[in-house]
Design a protein around this ligand. Structure first.
Ligand SMILES: Nc1ncnc2c1ncn2[C@@H]1O[C@H](COP(=O)(O)OP(=O)(O)OP(=O)(O)O)[C@@H](O)[C@H]1O
Ligand SMILES: [Mg+2]
Length: 366
C-alpha cells in the first residue's frame, strides 16, 4: 500500500498484487465454504422431501420405504421387483435422491425400448468409425452416469449377448467403447428393475444365473396394489389433487360409492391404472365430486371388481339416492335444512329419507 497514508480508506489502486493475494485466497475459501454449505443444505432438503412424493402408509409400503432408506446411502446394487405400475421407477429415483450421489446424474436405460443392436452402443458408447454412421466418438450411458446412478429398467428383457457384456462391467467396473481399445473405468451405483419372474427366466435359460446373482444383492419387492388396499384411498386423493390442479378443475372429493368401487377393484395395472382412472374421472367430472358414474366401465362390472355383486334396479336407485343425500349433507356441513334445499326437497321428505337409509347426519357437521 503506497500512497494511502493521507487517507483513512483504501482505494483499489492502493493495492499491489502482493496485497491482493491473501484477499483472493480468503474469498476463495469463503466461496468454497458457501458452496459446501449449499450442497449440505440441498442434501438435507432431499432427505426431508425425497420420500414425500411416495404416497402410502400401509404395512407393506412402510416396509418398502424402510428398505429404501436403509439402502439409499450405501453404494449397494439394488434390484426392484414388482408388477407393472407398482412404482419401481419412483423408488429408483427415491434411492438416488437420498444417496450421497444425489447431485450427480441419474441415468435411465430402458432395456426393453432399445433395439438389440443399439443397446450396446447406448450402454458403452462408441469410437469414431466403429460402424457405418459412427462419425464421431460418443459416450455411453455408463460414462454419462459416472459418479451417479445408472438405472437399468426392465432388465429381464436383455438379450443373452448383452447380459454377458453387462456382467463383465459389473464384475470389473470397466469396459471399452464399441470399436475402442482403451478400458474405461466408471464409478456408478446400479439400480435395476424388472416385472419378470427372473427365477423362471433362469430355469427357461433366457436369463443368466451369474448375472442374476450380481444384481440380486439388495432386492426390494414392491407389492401389488391389491395387497395394500389401505393405500388406495390415499393414492386416489393424491391423484385427485394432482390432476385437478393440472386440468385447472375444482374436483375436491370422491363420493362414498365411488370410493367403494375403487376399494373393491383388483387393480391389475396397479398404481399406474389408478392414476389413469382418477385422471379420467377429473376430466369427465362436471362438479366438484367424483361419482361412481365418472369411473370407467371396467370398475362398474361385477366381474371386474371380483367382489361386487350384481344389483337390482331398486338397489341401484337406492345407492344413488343414498349417495346424493350424503353429498348434500357434506356440502351443507350437516345442516339438514340447507342440504334439503340443495336437493330441491322439503325438510320433511329429506329427513324421512335420511332416517330410511340410517345416515347419521351429525357426522357431517363441521
Ligand atoms: N407410492 C406412490 N406414490 C405416488 N405415486 C406413485 C406411487 N407408486 C407409483 N406411483 C405412480 O404410478 C405410476 C407408475 O409408477 P412407475 O412408473 O414407477 O411403475 P413401475 O413399477 O416402474 O412400472 P413398469 O414395470 O410398468 O415400468 C407413476 O406415475 C408413478 O408416479
Ligand atoms: Mg418402470
Amino acid at each position: 500500500m503506497s500512497s494511502s497514508a493521507a487517507r483513512s480508506w483504501i482505494e483499489p489502486s492502493d493495492l499491489s498484487a502482493g496485497d491482493l493475494k491473501p484477499l483472493v485466497v480468503q474469498l476463495e475459501a469463503e466461496r468454497q465454504r458457501l458452496q459446501e454449505e449449499n450442497a449440505q443444505l440441498r442434501l438435507e432438503l432431499k432427505e426431508r422431501y425425497g420420500f414425500s412424493n411416495l404416497v402410502g402408509s400401509s404395512g407393506p409400503m412402510r416396509q418398502v420405504h424402510e428398505h429404501v432408506s436403509q439402502v439409499a446411502r450405501a453404494n449397494t446394487t439394488v434390484l426392484l421387483r414388482g408388477e407393472s405400475g407398482t412404482g419401481k421407477e419412483l423408488l429408483a429415483h427415491a434411492i438416488h435422491y437420498n444417496s450421497l450421489r444425489a447431485r450427480r446424474p441419474f441415468v435411465k436405460v430402458s432395456c426393453a425400448a432399445l433395439p438389440h443392436d443399439l443397446i450396446e452402443s447406448e450402454l458403452f458408447g462408441y469410437e469414431r468409425g466403429a460402424f457405418t454412421g459412427a462419425t464421431s466418438n460418443k459416450k455411453g450411458r455408463f460414462e454419462i452416469a459416472n459418479g451417479g446412478t445408472l438405472f437399468l429398467d426392465e432388465i429381464g428383457e436383455l438379450t443373452p449377448l448383452t447380459q454377458v457384456k453387462l456382467l463383465r462391467v459389473l464384475q470389473e467396473r470397466e469396459f471399452e467403447r464399441l470399436g475402442g481399445t482403451e478400458s474405461i473405468k466408471v464409478d456408478i451405483r446400479l439400480v435395476a428393475a424388472t416385472n419378470k419372474d427372473l427365477e423362471k427366466a433362469i430355469a427357461a435359460g433366457t436369463f443368466r444365473e451369474d448375472l442374476y446373482h450380481r444384481l440380486n444383492v439388495f432386492t426390494i419387492f414392491v407389492p401389488p396394489l391389491r395387497e395394500r388396499k389401505s393405500d388406495i384411498l390415499l393414492l386416489a386423493d393424491h391423484f385427485l389433487e394432482k390432476f385437478s390442479r393440472e386440468h385447472g378443475k375444482q374436483v375436491r372429493r370422491i363420493s362414498t360409492p365411488a370410493i367403494d368401487m375403487l376399494a373393491s377393484y383388483h387393480w391389475p395395472g396397479n398404481v399406474r391404472e389408478l392414476a389413469n382412472v382418477v385422471e379420467r374421472a377429473v376430466v369427465v367430472c362436471d362438479a366438484n365430486v367424483v361419482h361412481s358414474h365418472h369411473l370407467p366401465p371396467t370398475l362398474q362390472t361385477a366381474e371386474a371388481s371380483g367382489t361386487m355383486q350384481t344389483r337390482t334396479l331398486q338397489e341401484t336407485l337406492e345407492a344413488v339416492e343414498r349417495d346424493a343425500l350424503q353429498d348434500a349433507l357434506k356440502s351443507a356441513r350437516g345442516n339438514r335444512a340447507k342440504a334439503a334445499r340443495l336437493l330441491g326437497a322439503t325438510e320433511r321428505v329429506f329427513n324421512y329419507r335420511v332416517r330410511k337409509y340410517g345416515i347419521d347426519w351429525r357426522r357431517f357437521r363441521a
